[in-house]
Ligand binder design. Structure first.
Ligand SMILES: Nc1ncnc2c1ncn2[C@@H]1O[C@H](COP(=O)(O)OP(=O)(O)O)[C@@H](O)[C@H]1O
Ligand SMILES: [Mg+2]
Length: 395
């Protein structure tokens, strides 16, 4: 946008301005020639855009017509046209050294033409020095702009690539889970179908099996509900929230169930200043899942201890229980979709937690001692410079 404004509007206007100035100040010796050359120069600028393949030819005609234009207009203000044209070429030339060389070539041309109409004295010699220094400054500024542009474009491309990869991974996982889900649902469906068929054909009384049938149906329902949560399209808008507020919400949601079953939730160590860019509700879901697992793992009354602290640029949150713990062989599988050791379980809780945490750029780890309990540790990158959105979290 600014590039076009500069070369296709400002530059032609400037050429017309020099033509008028040169005529009005009676500098030019050949008005007709100056106007023709000026127009030729402007035309080459536009032609370059249309015939990109003839770049070298058109660029040469731009330079030659500029030199002739300067020669006939006899005005030092042509300097700005040299600089604008130089800056245009600098976008094609890579590297500061080549750029400075090109700048010097332009300045030599300019100085040579200027010497044809301007007297050589100490003022004009200092003027030459200033012109050369200005050309170096222009080259460096353009190089800086090019460098910034390149960096920005690389970052944008990287982000796009990451997004595509993320979508692909999610798609693959959903496909895998859908296959798993179909498998999980088929077994109870076959059982229920068998009962119904038997009852229809042989008038078999299935009343004693009602509880079993209901529990299978509710398990299928639970599976589909959790799966839907997982495959919901990602419209997440991350905002900076206090992870402490998030944990307070989680505890208020799970406290009563824990108390009913004789367990205690202890939030010992906390830090209200740790802000993390997150989807607040999804993060609540993660911790509720962990605490539910912890509650389910404790046969006798026990403790769930939550700690929140900072390690480097990470917010670390630990959820520790005094439950049955996890055997070594199971420990490797607990994040696999549909892995469960519970009769009523779906095996989707932890994979969902892991996915959400990964989407937030964090990690979830587990360590466990059978018979003594487990520790789930979540690490999330701290938000670099935010102190907003806390109010929403407190609602
Ligand atoms: N805090 C915990 N203590 C003991 N085992 C756990 C704990 N959390 C998870 N597990 C094990 O991991 C399995 C998978 O958990 P999850 O994905 O939440 O599915 P679900 O709770 O439906 O079984 C559980 O069945 C259990 O064996
Ligand atoms: Mg669970």
């Amino acid at each position: 946008m600014f590039y076009r404004l500069m070369y296709y509007i400002v530059l032609p206007i400037y050429v017309v301005f020099v033509i008028f100035a040169s005529i009005s100040l009676e500098k030019t010796q050949n008005t007709f020639f100056m106007i023709v050359i000026g127009l030729l120069f402007i035309t080459s600028i536009f032609l370059e855009r249309i015939y990109t393949r003839l770049f070298l030819l058109i660029a040469s005609s731009e330079i030659i017509s500029l030199l002739l234009f300067h020669f006939t207009s006899q005005l030092n203000w042509c300097y700005s046209i040299y600089i604008i044209l130089l800056s245009k070429f600098l976008f094609q030339v890579k590297g500061a050294v080549k750029g400075i060389f090109l700048g010097f070539v332009f300045m030599i041309f300019y100085t040579a033409i200027r010497a044809t109409y301007s007297p050589v004295n100490s003022y004009s010699i200092f003027g030459v020095g200033s012109d050369f220094l200005t050309s170096i400054a222009v080259v460096l500024i353009i190089q800086y702009i090019i460098e910034m542009e390149t960096k920005k474009n690389t970052l944008i491309e990287e982000k796009k690539r990451e997004e595509i990869q993320h979508k692909e991974e999610k798609g693959k996982l959903i496909a895998e889970m859908a296959a798993g889900l179909a498998h999980e649902i088929r077994n109870p469906l076959t059982i229920i179908q068998g009962f119904l068929q038997y009852s229809k054909e042989a008038n078999y009384n299935i009343q004693p099996w009602y509880d079993l049938i209901f529990s299978e149906v509710s398990r299928m329902n639970k599976l589909t509900v959790e799966f839907l949560q997982f495959s919901k399209p990602d419209v997440t808008q991350y905002q900076a929230y206090s992870i402490h507020e998030c944990l307070k919400r989680v505890i208020s949601l799970t406290k009563s169930e824990a108390h009913c079953l004789g367990h205690q939730i202890v939030y010992t160590e906390y830090n209200p200043d740790l802000l993390v860019k997150m989807d607040f509700n999804k993060m609540v879901q993660v911790f509720v899942n962990l605490i539910n697992n912890a509650i389910q793992s404790m046969v006798e009354s026990g403790h769930i201890t939550i700690r929140l602290f900072k390690v480097g640029n990470l917010a670390v949150c630990e959820v520790r229980d005094t439950g049955v713990g996890i055997e070594g062989a199971d420990l490797k599988k607990i994040f696999n979709p549909f892995f469960t050791t519970k009769s009523e379980g779906t095996g989707l809780g932890l994979p969902i937690c892991q996915k959400i945490i990964q989407d937030h750029g964090g990690t979830i780890e587990v360590s466990s001692t059978p018979k003594y309990g487990s520790i789930f540790t979540i690490s999330l990158p701290l938000d670099a410079g935010a102190s907003y959105a806390l109010d929403f979290a407190k609602d």
